[in-house]
Design a protein around this ligand. Structure first.
Ligand code: MSP
Length: 508
């Protein structure tokens, strides 16, 4: 039986058009899912849309549509984004589905039966944009004189009856869990942030609202709808069949990884695990928070007009180039800046020059001078052997801690070594002096390219499929285990064609 791996993205609010920040979360999760499949795991990969709450209700009103008609429309945009970015999710969940109402009400009932819900009144600040409650002490006043949350979102004072989740009762258990499981929250800076937050007494969480209707009704008290985050977080188990713990997919719980943005770390590492503890369910194994992208140095916003549409970008540069850039440009976990110039630089230097040239130089030389077949291995210099042997393990180690750019850098060190090796071995000279050695050198380069292309498939699936075709690697020999089976000498290599054209900006 294959080991299991369950990875999720956050579910996206359907209040606006998808942008590059959303694509980022999806792509990172997709690289993990693809890598784990390549490494022999049975993977389940979930994404979807978060469709309830006041923010979505307002966006629907502004668009002059009913909330359901509005969410139907916008949810489709996120499903399309996933297709455009070549995302291989197994399920796309929508929180307006009937089965999700069932699951959300079931977890509510469980919390209630276990004595962790009580009726009270909420009096305090709420930010619709964040769908979050804030304490008076967290607020400040912005330039326009508005009271705002630390995120900059305007807050309003609400007074209404509300059910509460006895979150405070789980504070000690949560702290102990974080200490006992050093990998539970990543990166370390976020773990420290959460532990810092937990130094203060945890308040009980207001989990229902009465001032609007667009949500899952509270079982037994339909004047209330559930707080949108309670409903949203439950999506991760709805998707696996909850409350039916005999469902086929339930074997994937607890999740191996919830991938989230840094803005929603508290919901995933405090609210969600305490809810699960209260419901008697296992908590996820790991939550990792990535950073935020700005665009050409500025925060992305509709009013500035600098929101980058990932589909448009993919149209100009290819999906693979964008997937590569987003995971290469910054350390996963830190913030980063998107700039067109930086994207073009990486595309031209790393993809076209380093990798594209290594493949093109090797394969066209074989086509012209070695009969267009996999050359015969021999006593070539051992420079590249260490890379060929070590790369799979090094990349696995980096991916397992979500170190995407470390994984890519490790691969690029090997690519650069491959280019230096050709220059130094000069097969064009060996062609005149030592044909056996020439073949050995070329075979070594193909062996290196095959490891590189195999490990890069999760990042750039389309272009690496083309490269593996040109390397004569059959479809059933593209995973990590089959790297041990070498390409047989004499295998016909199809005529090579460049995989990464240089990008030249239109003069216009
Ligand atoms: N609906 C909630 C998540 C519920 S999960 C149970 C939500 N949705 S969101 O649409 O606002 O954000 C979805 C994801 O996109 C988050 O992980 C968020 O961090 C990410 N990003 C949104 N803007 C971003 C950038 N500018 N840069 C990087 N990621 C960003 O939160």
């Amino acid at each position: 039986m294959k080991p299991l791996y369950y990875v999720t993205t956050p579910i996206f609010y359907v209040n606006g058009a998808p942008h590059i920040g959303h694509a980022y979360t999806m792509i990172a999760a997709d690289v993990l899912a693809r890598f784990k499949r390549l490494d022999g795991y049975e993977v389940y990969f979930l994404t979807g849309t978060d469709e309830h709450g006041q923010k979505v209700e307002k966006a629907a009103q502004d668009a002059g549509l009913s909330p359901q008609a509005f969410t139907d429309q916008i949810s489709t945009n996120f499903a399309e984004l996933a297709a455009q970015m070549n995302i291989t999710h197994d399920q796309f969940i929508r929180t307006t589905e009937a089965r999700h109402r069932v699951a959300s009400q079931a977890i509510w009932n469980k919390l209630q039966a276990n004595g962790h819900i009580y009726l009270g009144g909420y009096e305090g600040w709420y930010a619709i944009r964040d769908e979050a409650f804030y304490d008076e002490s967290e607020l400040s006043t912005n330039a326009a004189g508005q009271r705002v949350a630390p995120t900059g979102a305007p807050v309003e004072f609400v007074t209404e009856p509300s059910y509460f989740f006895r979150m405070s009762a789980f504070q000690e258990q949560l702290i102990a869990h974080i200490h006992a499981n050093p990998d539970f929250i990543g990166p370390v800076a976020r773990r420290n942030e959460v532990l810092g937050f937990l130094k203060e007494p945890l308040r009980d969480l207001s989990i229902s609202r009465t001032s609007f209707k667009w949500g899952v009704p509270v079982p037994g008290d339909e004047a209330h709808v559930m707080y949108v985050w309670l409903d949203a977080l439950t999506n991760y188990i709805t998707a696996l069949g909850y409350p039916d713990e005999n469902a086929e997919l339930w074997k994937f719980w607890p999740a191996d990884l919830h991938l989230v943005g840094k803005d929603i770390i508290r919901f995933h590492t405090v609210y969600w695990p305490t809810m699960l503890m209260a419901a008697g369910l296992p908590v996820p194994k790991r939550v990792f928070a990535h950073g935020w992208w700005t665009v050409e140095g500025e925060k992305m916003s509709k009013s500035v007009g600098n929101v980058i549409d990932p589909a448009e970008l993919a149209h100009v540069f290819s999906v693979d180039a964008i997937r590569y850039f987003l995971l290469r440009e910054i350390t996963f976990g830190s913030d980063g800046d998107y700039s067109r110039a930086a994207l073009i630089r990486r595309l031209n230097v790393e993809l076209a020059n380093d990798l594209g040239n290594l493949a093109q130089r090797t394969l066209s030389f074989i086509a012209k001078n070695a009969g267009g077949v996999m050359p015969v291995r021999g006593k070539a210099d051992a420079t590249l052997d260490g890379f060929i042997a070590a790369l799979p393990g090094q990349v696995r180690e980096a991916i397992d801690r979500q170190g995407f750019n470390d994984a890519l850098e490790t691969i690029w060190v090997a690519i650069r070594a491959g280019n230096a090796y050709i220059d130094q071995q000069a097969p064009w000279t060996l062609r005149k002096t030592d044909l056996v050695q020439m073949e050995a050198v070329l075979a070594k380069l193909v062996d290196l390219l095959r490891v590189v292309a195999t490990l890069l498939q999760p990042f750039m699936p389309e272009s690496m499929a083309k490269m593996l075709d040109q390397l004569g690697v059959s479809d059933d020999a593209r995973d990590i285990a089959t790297l041990l089976v070498p390409i047989a000498s004499g295998t016909v290599l199809p005529p090579p064609a460049g995989v990464f054209p240089r990008f030249v900006e239109d003069a216009a």
